[in-house]
Design a protein around this ligand. Structure first.
Ligand SMILES: Nc1ncnc2c1ncn2[C@@H]1O[C@H](COP(=O)(O)OP(=O)(O)OP(=O)(O)O)[C@@H](O)[C@H]1O
Length: 248
């Protein structure tokens, strides 16, 4: 599904990614973890050519991205959705419009756009929020809009760059549940970059550990599942009192 062959990228003299080869299979939830500066985001951003590699080849759905002209690249990008840590929503557009725009850009059939936006907002549980603006939403809701937008063109791949790093544990669990659902019900291949071990362990079936621009090791794992978070005040009080007594 995604095939990287000896891909490298430098910024001035800074080597961000160094000769990485990697195959990500259809239907996987693939994680990329490592220290800050290890090259995770750069590697992910090369999978849809947001960053252009200096060397190497990148194939997505059997098409070599670096050899495509701009029209070909635009078409292939419709099968690759992406979400970001800071959501990247358009501030002066409503929830509905944020999703609608991606259908316009992709020249989705005009008479089907409205229904598709509603379908995507329904999938992420945000139908009631369609008239709101991003500033009126919580972080988790903003990420859901970004997911709906990324899903609008029926992608085969969803690239997720630190998708939960701005969110609290409860909202993180909600977003991971949405991502898992997308993988299981829609069969979308998911790649998640995160520095949070709990996130990677909860949903990924294979994980690349990056260091100094290279893949140090790729580990297969059984996802441990998404933790059930108790957000009740009773839970917080209990945890505080437990910590107090363990330090007495
Ligand atoms: N646009 C850029 N211009 C210059 N240097 C960059 C750019 N993007 C990344 N780098 C450098 O490339 C290296 C890898 O960065 P990258 O963001 O890929 O790492 P990361 O593992 O995702 O880190 P983090 O977890 O902190 O986001 C770092 O040394 C970084 O400073």
């Amino acid at each position: 599904m995604i095939r990287l062959k000896q891909v490298s990228k430098s910024y001035s003299k800074e080597v961000a990614v160094q000769s990485v080869s990697l195959n990500i299979h259809k239907g996987e939830v693939f994680g990329i973890i490592g220290a800050s500066g290890a090259g995770k985001s750069t590697l992910l951003r090369m999978m849809n050519l947001l960053e252009v590699p200096d060397e190497g080849k990148i194939e997505v759905t059997n098409q070599e991205l670096t050899s495509l002209n701009s029209k070909g690249l635009r078409q292939v990008r419709q099968s690759i959705g992406m979400i970001f840590q800071h959501f990247h929503l358009v501030a002066n557009k409503t929830v509905y419009e944020n999703v609608f725009v991606s259908l316009e850009l992709a020249r989705f059939p005009k008479n089907k756009r409205k229904a598709r936006v509603e379908e995507c907002l329904h999938f992420v549980g945000l139908e009631r929020f369609k008239g709101k603006y991003p500033a009126q939403l919580s972080g988790g809701q903003k990420q859901r809009v970004a997911i709906a937008r990324a899903l609008a063109n029926n992608p085969q791949v969803l690239l997720c760059d630190e998708p939960t790093s701005s969110l609290d544990p409860n909202t993180t669990a909600e977003i991971l549940t949405v991502l898992k659902n997308i993988n299981q019900t829609l069969g979308v291949t998911i790649v998640i970059v995160s520095h949070e071990m709990d996130v990677i362990k909860s949903v990924c079936n294979r994980v690349a550990v990056m260091a100094d621009g290279k893949i140090y090791e790729t580990v297969e794992q059984q996802p441990v599942g998404i933790p059930q978070i108790d957000n009740s005040p009773q839970y917080f009080v209990k945890q505080l009192k437990k910590d107090e007594s363990s330090h007495a």
